[in-house]
Ligand binder design. Structure first.
Ligand code: NIG
Ligand code: FE
Length: 388
């Protein structure tokens, strides 16, 4: 691959802190890409010369590719009927997950692989260059291992979510199911996964069960993350902080003790506004978290139940319109914040040595991502130095 110079960038969001500006914004900038990495970043006027392969951004904005740190993309079927019912007042319930488990178990590897490939294409086209994928719609040793293996074909960020709900086949034997998750299921999924997650919520797993499951994962070398405080107040956030989890996701219902716990910890609060949009729940209060000093990430939670969208620009628009974030904070949270939630230092920023994962916007500034909701503003995407 020849080096490529992307020049005449009107607004470059580097996410390398410059004098207290976490977005590290440069005007009239250029980026040199060499192989899969960024080789140089600076003013267009100082850019290296003699690079044959040059892209003129025409004064438009460039941002790091989005880092979507929370998705559930390996599944069969959909649940449009549940969405339709919610829009006329039926509340979201975790039990719907079991319908997707049945459809996923019935799907072949080829069917799931083709669906996943479609989603990956959808993500890339919308500027997402790094994404996490969870298991959680298999819920048997065989199917969880199968989903983890398929997910690992498209991302290194695979999360074992055997503790999504207790499946129908174990309805009266939940203790047995937890034993299965921490025993043979963990053993079978472990070679394909980097993370372990638990849905710690009424109707899913109790704090004690969650603690046991996460501890078993950690003992097997997986890193913990938690689904917490989505449907009501609970112990998910504090459990995540106590375990040193990389992230606790949802954070819709937080009390002062939760915010204080997050403020004193390295655990990222990952907010998933597609869920509130699609379940008619109240949006999480991002402003309160940021003002308390908490690191906030935005992610899509793309799944067939609570949030069937893979659009990071939509998450940014919702975060700005409904959650008290500034456009700059929201773009940071969807890039650098996601990278923090995945404990990655090679993505979510534009700096020498980082992965050359970039999105060129058809706009003069990143503000347009919130200002022009629903408009396809991604004009070009580079992943690992290659233009997609
Ligand atoms: O993150 N909260 C648990 N899991 C998903 C929903 C899954 C589903 O409804 O199928 C979520 O919202
Ligand atoms: Fe989720």
């Amino acid at each position: 691959m020849n080096p490529t110079l992307i020049t005449n960038v009107g607004e470059l969001t580097t996410n390398v802190d410059r004098e207290g500006d976490p977005t590290g914004t440069l005007r009239d900038a250029a980026v040199l890409v060499e192989g899969p990495r960024i080789a140089w970043v600076g003013s267009a006027a100082d850019a290296p010369t003699g690079i044959a392969d040059t892209v003129d951004a025409g004064g438009r904005a460039v941002i790091p590719g989005f880092v979507d740190s929370h998705t559930h993309l390996v599944f069969g079927g959909d649940r449009a009927d549940e969405f339709e019912a919610r829009m006329t007042g039926t509340p979201y319930a975790a039990g719907g997950i079991r319908r997707t488990v049945a459809a996923t178990r019935a799907a072949s590897d080829e069917e799931l692989r083709a669906r996943l490939a479609g989603f990956v294409h959808e993500l890339h086209a919308q500027g997402t260059t790094t994404f996490e994928v969870k298991t959680g719609y298999g819920l048997s040793v065989h199917d969880e291992a199968r989903l983890a293996r398929l997910a690992a074909e498209v991302t290194p960020e695979v999360t074992f979510l055997g503790a999504h709900v207790v499946p129908a086949d174990h309805a009266d034997r939940r203790a047995e199911y937890v034993d299965l998750v921490v025993g043979p299921m963990l053993e079978a999924v472990r070679p394909h996964a980097r993370w372990i997650d638990v849905f710690c919520e009424r109707g899913a797993f109790t704090p004690d069960e969650s603690r046991r499951i996460l501890a078993a994962g950690v003992a097997h070398g997986l890193l913990p993350r938690v689904h917490g405080n989505q449907l009501g107040h609970g112990e998910g956030v504090r459990l995540a902080v106590a375990l040193g989890a990389a992230s606790v996701d949802h954070c819709t219902y937080l009390d002062d003790a939760d915010v204080a716990a997050l403020a004193g910890a390295h655990t990222v609060a990952t907010l998933l506004p597609g869920v509130e949009f699609s379940t008619r729940q109240p949006y999480p209060d991002a402003r309160r978290l940021i003002d308390a000093g908490v690191t906030v990430a935005l992610a899509s939670d793309c799944n067939p139940g609570s949030s069937f969208t893979s659009s990071m620009p939509l998450m940014i628009a919702l975060a700005v319109r409904e959650m008290g974030m500034t456009p700059s904070e929201a773009v940071w949270a969807a890039t650098a914040g996601g990278a923090r939630a995945l404990r990655r230092d090679d993505v979510g920023l534009i700096a020498p040595g980082a992965r050359a994962d970039l999105a060129l916007l058809d706009a003069p500034t990143r503000v347009h991502l919130a200002y022009r909701p629903g408009v396809p503003l991604i004009a070009g995407v580079w992943k690992d130095g290659g233009r997609l």
